[in-house]
Design a protein around this ligand. Structure first.
Ligand SMILES: NC(=O)c1ccc[n+]([C@@H]2O[C@H](COP(=O)([O-])OP(=O)(O)OC[C@H]3O[C@@H](n4cnc5c(N)ncnc54)[C@H](OP(=O)(O)O)[C@@H]3O)[C@@H](O)[C@H]2O)c1
Length: 209
């Protein structure tokens, strides 16, 4: 399977990349990024401008797509700058990949994603899910983690604090309320990409532990 991976420099994407490069089912990984990735066998990592995606089929032709792209409201600086990354870039890539033959799309979405949510973040995630599902991939998988608890290059104090609290409370918390390790999310997404289950599948946070 040839895999197109978006967000390979991020917390979840990095784990997907490591798993994919070690997986004999994956023959090649294309990971378009805005920052260079170290050279690895079976990896192509073209630098692209996500606001003006190149149309070159050699970048987008793959069997399956895993998308772990995303920003935060704080990083983006405003709602107007958040939405293009978490919605428009994802949709543009999904259309290009489908036009170039991809049959499976696995989206790292978020718990609570809902087009009717009162929360802007959850509403955008819901709109992205809805619009990806409408593209009609043979296999669409929406993976919905809660808080992602892992070591980040750039600290996010609030997420780190919430992660510590959830970790302390883990023994008494229901599975659905626990933080999700990036390794578990990455494993679930790679399995979904390889198995290519027909139709629409939603993977909830309690299944990402
Ligand atoms: N953090 C949480 O607790 C949480 C919870 C639920 C769902 N999620 C969602 O899960 C997904 C993965 O999360 P994560 O924590 O792994 O994210 P992350 O570590 O912040 O990584 C995000 C990825 O998206 C890329 N990216 C961000 N802004 C971009 C832009 N303007 N243009 C091009 N690429 C851009 C980053 O590239 P650079 O490395 O170049 O910045 C990176 O590869 C995201 O969609 C996030 O919304 C997160």
């Amino acid at each position: 399977m040839k895999l197109l991976l978006l967000g390979a420099t991020g917390l979840v994407g990095r784990h997907v990349l490591e798993l994919a490069l070690a997986d004999p089912r994956v023959t090649a990984v294309i990971a378009p990024s805005r920052r260079p990735l170290p050279e690895r066998p079976r990896l192509a990592a073209p630098i692209v401008d996500f606001s003006a995606l190149p149309q070159d089929p050699s970048i987008w032709a793959a069997d399956a797509v895993i998308c772990a792209l995303g920003t935060t409201l704080k990083q983006a600086g405003s709602r107007e700058r958040f939405r293009p990354v978490d919605h428009d870039y994802v949709l543009d890539i999904a259309r290009l990949a489908k036009a170039n033959g991809a049959r499976t799309f696995v989206l790292n979405s978020a718990k609570g994603a809902d087009v009717s949510s009162v929360f802007f973040y959850s509403r955008v995630k819901g709109e992205t899910e809805r619009d990806i599902a409408a593209l009609g991939y043979e296999s669409t998988v929406l993976v919905r983690p809660g808080l992602i608890d892992g070591a980040r290059a750039e600290p996010r104090p609030l997420e780190a604090w919430a992660g510590r609290v959830l970790s302390l409370l883990k023994p008494v918390l229901p599975r659905s309320a626990r933080a999700n390790p990036p390794e578990a999310i990455a494993r679930a997404m790679l399995e979904a990409a390889c198995s290519a289950k027909p139709g629409l599948t939603v993977v909830a946070s309690q299944d990402l532990l």
